[in-house]
Design a protein around this ligand. Structure first.
Ligand code: FAS
Ligand code: PHB
Length: 390
């Protein structure tokens, strides 16, 4: 088989890139290790930057998002027993975020890909990348006991942190940067109305908590939990009790409890691999970088990588220009590092670390107090949260 762009991974990065390229007639094939059902069963991000929404519209995959997504013009920070609202829309001259689950984004993009008759090969095992430092890259993979080969012009490694793409690059050609956080996020989904009409990020001496949502009747909550903690140790009752203890009284009283239908623990890390291009292999999204979800940046960074790579590939095929492709890694990393910083800052300010102690708690509360009472500081948070310019 031959195609123009071989995409490894059928997550948001791979699907969005494939959809955008499809709108201008550039052929793609997606190789995905898991089943379609497994990919759709993942519960991850929930907040889309305005630029991500616009990119999904450009890809023709935003109809349901426009109908069901929840535009949010602010968030609240909870500390010192109170809620403090950050008026994002006012501070960014009208920009906002949209609450719409990553699962739905993935579903919408998969449906568009199927409708366009574009090829995704699920359950592709032992994907191996070859000759991407030359002009004729290809991949091999196993399916139904047969080894297959796909020749292409370029390979887009959209296969996430644990994927094969970054691991295919020789160590000497890659520099990685990492920050490990000594805690995780325990998240639940429940068919209950959210506690507040907007997101609430809570700093508390017992640990961080986040009140989010997927719709007006489906809530997504998180509490910081110890590293190595296990989901089995958290009954629903224990979760609801701990969540409410970390929220201001008024917010805690608004929490509607109910049976969780999804419960999982995500580890937190900051990670960046440089550069994001090796000959005719590009690293995209989580394959190149990971951020703690505190800044709601993971999915949105994947979208901005896709935007840069799509433009570069479009110029290559339309204008025979390598300029966009050559500029991809530098452009993407400039925006990645600003989001990595913002996510690190939000995480450091809102979470309880082993060495935080009483002094550290007061410093966090002082920073939050300054933040919510300074227009300059609130504006800085707001413009990072809605997404910096591309
Ligand atoms: P993905 O990891 O989504 O997709 C990669 C795809 O490649 C997967 O389908 C995988 O099966 C496939 N793959 C892997 N190896 C392969 C191989 N060898 N061959 C073929 N296919 C292969 N972000 C937020 O903004 N907010 C959040 O709350 C949030 N929560 C998260 C919770 C968890 C547990 C995780 C892991 C991430 C979370 N993220 C969150 C970040 C997340 O949303 C990512 O940024 C987003 O999924 C990135 O999309 P992709 O780059 O497409 O990578
Ligand atoms: C979510 O709804 O899953 C979510 C929202 C905001 C974040 C992280 C996760 O910062």
């Amino acid at each position: 088989m031959r195609t123009q762009i071989l995409i490894i991974g059928s997550g948001p990065s791979g699907l969005l890139l494939g959809q955008l390229l499809g709108t201008i007639g550039i052929e793609t094939v997606i190789l995905e290790r898991a089943s379609r059902e497994h990919v759709l069963g993942r519960v991850r991000a929930g907040v889309l930057e305005q630029g991500t929404v616009e990119l999904l519209e450009e890809a023709g995959a935003a109809a349901r998002l426009r109908a069901e997504g929840l535009p949010h013009s602010g968030i609240s920070l909870a500390f010192d027993g109170r809620l403090h609202r950050i008026d994002i829309e006012a501070l960014t001259s009208g920009r906002h975020v949209t609450v719409y689950g990553q699962t739905e984004v993935t579903h919408d993009l998969m449906d568009k890909r199927d409708a366009a008759g574009l090829t995704t090969i699920y359950k592709a095992a032992n994907v191996t990348l070859h000759d991407f430092d030359g002009k004729a890259p290809f991949a091999t993979y196993d399916k139904d006991g047969v080894t297959h080969r796909i020749d292409c012009d370029f390979i887009a490694g959209c296969d996430g942190y644990h994927g094969v793409s970054r691991k295919s690059v020789p160590d000497r050609a890659l520099k990685t940067f990492e920050r490990h956080y000594p805690f995780g996020w325990l998240g639940v989904l429940a068919e209950v109305p959210p506690a507040d009409h907007e997101l609430v990020y809570a700093n508390h001496e017992r640990g961080f908590a986040l009140c989010s949502m997927r719709s007006t009747h489906r809530s997504r909550y998180y509490v910081q939990c110890p590293e190595g903690d296990r989901v089995e140790a958290w009954s629903d009752d224990r979760f609801w009790d701990e969540l409410r203890r970390r929220l201001p009284e008024q917010t805690a009283a608004s929490v509607v409890t109910g049976p969780s239908f999804e419960k999982s623990i995500a580890p937190l890390r900051s990670f960046v691999a440089e550069p994001m291009r090796f000959g005719r292999l590009f690293l995209v999204g989580d394959a190149a970088h990971i951020v703690p979800p505190t800044g709601a940046k993971g999915l949105n960074l994947a979208a901005s990588d896709v935007r840069y790579l799509f433009a570069g590939l479009r110029d290559f095929y339309r204008d025979k220009s390598m300029a966009g492709i050559d500029a991809y890694s530098g452009k993407a990393l400039a925006r990645v590092w600003k989001a990595v910083r913002f996510s690190w800052w939000m995480t450091t300010m809102l979470h309880r670390f082993p060495d935080t102690g009483d002094f550290g708690q007061r410093i966090q509360e002082a920073e939050l107090d300054y933040l919510v009472h300074s227009r300059a500081a609130s504006t800085a948070l707001a413009e990072n949260y809605v997404g910096l310019p591309y």
